[in-house]
Write a protein that binds this ligand. Structure first.
Ligand SMILES: *[C@@H]1O[C@H](CO)[C@@H](O)[C@H](O)[C@H]1NC(C)=O
Ligand SMILES: *[C@@H]1O[C@H](CO)[C@@H](O)[C@H](O)[C@H]1NC(C)=O
Ligand SMILES: *[C@@H]1O[C@H](CO)[C@@H](O)[C@H](O)[C@H]1NC(C)=O
Ligand SMILES: *[C@@H]1O[C@H](CO)[C@@H](O)[C@H](O)[C@H]1NC(C)=O
Ligand SMILES: *[C@@H]1O[C@H](CO)[C@@H](O)[C@H](O)[C@H]1NC(C)=O
Ligand SMILES: *[C@@H]1O[C@H](CO)[C@@H](O)[C@H](O)[C@H]1NC(C)=O
Ligand SMILES: *[C@@H]1O[C@H](CO)[C@@H](O)[C@H](O)[C@H]1NC(C)=O
Ligand SMILES: *[C@@H]1O[C@H](CO)[C@@H](O)[C@H](O)[C@H]1NC(C)=O
Ligand SMILES: *[C@@H]1O[C@H](CO)[C@@H](O)[C@H](O)[C@H]1NC(C)=O
Ligand SMILES: *[C@@H]1O[C@H](CO)[C@@H](O)[C@H](O)[C@H]1NC(C)=O
Ligand SMILES: *[C@@H]1O[C@H](CO)[C@@H](O)[C@H](O)[C@H]1NC(C)=O
Length: 353
């Protein structure tokens, strides 16, 4: 219902603009929008000319025969348009003490999103360090203010681990990251090197990961389970945004402005420069394509949009009426009999009979 009304209004008011936007900003036709199990909505896209600039991804078939989505070498497992987020698999850095050679071996990882739409979510990720004699650092020296932080984790023996079920400094340490972080590298302090505790723990790990998908297990100290759980990777959430301008500045250039659907709105990014588009309240879909935001039919989803009466969908909202002969609030099921009207109706019936 709302779709038709909104659509007609849009055509009348904005037709010339749609034409102009289509050449530069509309979703190109004939592009694949799925890779394996993952939806790839515009502004993202697979291959040349299928995405907004900076949002191009690869869909490659890996050794196990499955299609997987990649940003450069980093696998993407989820993209959310309404949240302006994507989930990736981030490489775990490690350092191990080799008893026979009495030397340290390590694999250190860095991730560079400078100049791309992506930045690490400061709300959802924590720099996480696992080990019994470990100091690991996280740093961004590409930043003007040169960020550096670290996390230390110690435990004297296996017994001290027994009651350590959360990541609280004994065998595991977590620290927050700042907003607008687009680069990170990891390194270990070589003075903390497991050489004194190697007989129960010879490896340490450090990775930026999604904190609420992580649970510390004490077996991570004494085994290589943490690394092998997910093939040396851990989930990471990135925020993304369009451009580097605020909504107000971006709206001035109608050929590059991304929120082209009617019933969409613009939001400044809450993590760094740039903006996001979202469908207005009562609409859902893709605000980055023409006619992408569609009216939600609230009446067909009673769980989310309660109605204890007669439901009527409206553009961007819905109404809910009490059944005939009752009054009150049908949204929360408090319709009651209309006593007075009913008795006068009875009188009328009697009088007629
Ligand atoms: C992408 O678009 C450019 C410019 O419109 C064109 O020259 C090029 O051939 C296109 N590439 C593909 C693979 O379609
Ligand atoms: C995916 O395929 C593209 C195009 O063939 C290639 O450039 C890229 O390196 C591949 N990425 C991965 C992670 O294999
Ligand atoms: C976009 O709208 C949806 C539904 O109204 C809401 O849940 C979501 O938080 C909004 N996104 C942002 C970034 O505010
Ligand atoms: C430890 O070092 C020795 C001698 O350099 C080497 O042969 C061995 O592969 C190393 N062990 C591990 C687990 O890397
Ligand atoms: C673990 O907790 C139990 C019960 O709270 C306590 O009796 C025990 O001493 C603790 N062990 C260690 C090693 O802290
Ligand atoms: C391990 O750390 C100790 C100091 O805690 C240091 O003396 C030793 O040289 C380090 N070993 C390696 C292999 O770096
Ligand atoms: C590790 O070595 C220490 C002494 O160096 C000893 O007390 C402890 O029992 C050993 N632990 C294991 C699991 O072998
Ligand atoms: C914003 O983006 C434009 C175009 O990508 C670029 O030329 C400009 O340098 C950027 N400005 C800042 C402050 O990063
Ligand atoms: C508007 O955006 C288009 C496409 O990005 C760009 O070519 C053009 O120069 C911009 N116009 C102004 C006035 O900034
Ligand atoms: C975006 O940020 C600018 C500058 O901080 C502010 O003036 C503007 O009101 C914000 N716009 C929205 C839609 O939040
Ligand atoms: C139902 O909604 C009405 C009006 O919004 C309100 O006054 C009433 O308290 C609500 N009743 C319940 C049971 O929530």
């Amino acid at each position: 219902m709302g779709v038709l009304l909104g659509y007609r209004l849009f055509q009348l008011l904005m037709l010339p603009l749609v034409g102009a936007a289509a050449s530069a900003a509309a979703a190109p036709p004939g592009c694949r929008r799925r890779c394996g199990e993952i939806d790839v909505p515009y502004p993202f896209g697979i291959g040349p000319n299928c995405s907004r600039e900076g949002f191009s991804l690869d869909c490659n078939t890996t050794d196990d025969g499955l299609e997987k989505l990649f940003l450069s070498v980093v696998e993407i497992t989820d993209i959310s348009l309404p949240l302006g987020q994507a989930r990736m698999l981030n490489e775990i850095s490690w350092q191990c003490y080799n008893v026979s050679s009495k030397s340290l071996e390590s694999s250190l990882w860095s991730l560079n999103f400078v100049g791309t739409p992506y930045r690490f979510s400061d709300d959802l990720n924590k720099f996480t360090v696992i080990g019994c004699d470990t100091l690991a650092y996280i740093g961004d020296f590409e930043r003007a203010d040169s960020y550096q932080s670290g996390c230390v984790s110690t435990c004297h023996n296996e017994v001290s681990l027994v009651n350590s079920s959360s990541c609280s400094g004994i065998g595991c340490c977590q620290t927050s990251i700042p907003k607008d972080l687009t680069y990170y590298e990891v390194w270990f302090d070589s003075d903390f090197n497991s050489s004194s505790i190697w007989n129960f723990s010879d490896c340490s790990y450090a990775v930026l990961l999604e904190a609420n998908r992580f649970e510390f297990l004490t077996s991570y100290i004494t085994t290589t389970q943490f690394w092998f759980n997910n093939n040396g990777k851990a989930p990471l959430v990135v925020d993304w945004a369009i451009g580097n301008e605020t909504c107000e500045v971006a709206q001035r250039n109608i050929t590059s402005y991304a929120c082209i659907s009617e019933h969409s709105e613009c939001l400044n990014s809450s993590n760094g420069p740039g903006y996001l588009c979202n469908c207005s309240s009562g609409y859902h879909g893709n605000p980055y394509v023409a006619h992408g935001c569609q009216d939600i039919d609230e009446c067909s989803d009673k769980d989310r949009y309660p109605c204890h009466g007669t439901c009527k969908n409206l553009p961007g909202s819905y109404n809910c009426f009490c059944p005939p002969g009752t009054h009150g609030d049908a949204f929360n099921g408090t319709c009651t009999q209309q006593q007075k009207l009913q008795s006068s109706a009875k009188v009328a019936v009697l009088a007629m009979a």
